[in-house]
Design a binder for this molecule. Structure first.
Ligand SMILES: O=C([O-])CC(=O)C(=O)O
Ligand SMILES: [Mg+2]
Length: 252
């Protein structure tokens, strides 16, 4: 599966830098649902619904750069929120704007999108509203947000901190965590257990492929698609079948 990143017209100084990141490359071969299932299996927060692409059906994978926002009643003028992180962003980064799901004000806009594309940023997750959607689309920058608002962040929001752990619903996102966003939602993978989560997700892909192959071969779906097999509690179909039949006999 190829990510949206490859189609960007990157023109900024950093846009041409190498972005080889083995864990991100492995993540790019997956989709958000199997990564979510892997997180479930490890009892970790399993991603977020409700964050939708502001345009089209893009997908991206990358590393989180966090921006914590808070309300502002009109402080002193300064650089726009997020700009310090965008200016220092590296190819493959994903901007995570933590705005507590607020929909009454935008926390993302088109000039910020332009800055991102210049730096090789692959996507934006805005826990709140965004604006200038057509500009993001024209730039080819995926922006996942909870909605849109024409109301500027200026005078309404300010940057509380950058590079700190931020809360997005029940998920704590830290700088450098892996992110995958696609048509099923947005999933964050803690950097310190990425290897374990990816290995679990890759195993799920194999199990799902085996189940699909059985169904294509004519096995009834209510026999092939069994929780025991999906969860990987057995390594082989014979054991899964045995557990399935035991369960059926016990009336489960
Ligand atoms: O003013 C804002 O809220 C941000 C904005 O529109 C942009 O980046 O273009
Ligand atoms: Mg604007």
């Amino acid at each position: 599966m190829s990510s949206q990143t490859s189609s960007f017209d990157l023109t900024g100084d950093r846009a041409g830098e190498s972005t080889v990141d083995p864990l991100v490359e492995r993540l790019d071969a997956l989709d958000s649902t199997v990564v979510s299932d892997a997180l479930d299996g490890l009892h970790l927060p399993a991603g977020l619904g409700g964050l939708r692409p502001a345009w089209g059906t893009p997908r991206f994978v990358g590393r989180a750069r966090t921006v914590a926002l808070e309300g502002d009643s009109g402080g002193s003028p300064g650089p726009h929120l997020g700009t310090s992180v965008v200016a220092d962003a590296r190819p493959g980064d994903v901007l995570v704007m933590a705005n507590g799901g607020r929909l009454d004000v935008s926390c993302w806009g088109g000039i910020l999108s332009l800055g991102c594309v210049q730096q090789g940023v692959v996507g934006v997750v805005a826990d709140g509203a965004c604006r200038d959607v057509a500009e993001a689309q024209e730039l080819g920058l995926p922006v996942f947000a909870r909605g849109v608002s024409p109301r500027t962040a200026r005078g309404r929001l300010r940057q509380r901190a950058t590079g700190v752990p931020v809360q997005v619903e029940d998920v704590t996102v830290s700088e450098g965590d892996l992110v995958i966003a696609d048509d099923s939602g947005v999933v964050f993978v803690p950097a310190d257990c990425a290897e374990e989560v990816l290995a679990a997700a890759e195993a799920i892909v194999e199990r799902e492929a085996a189940i699909s192959a059985d169904i294509r071969a004519g096995v009834r779906i209510d026999q092939a698609m069994h929780d025991v097999r999906l969860a990987g509690h057995t390594d082989n179909e014979a054991d899964a079948e045995q557990v399935l039949h035991q369960g059926q006999e016990e009336g489960r």
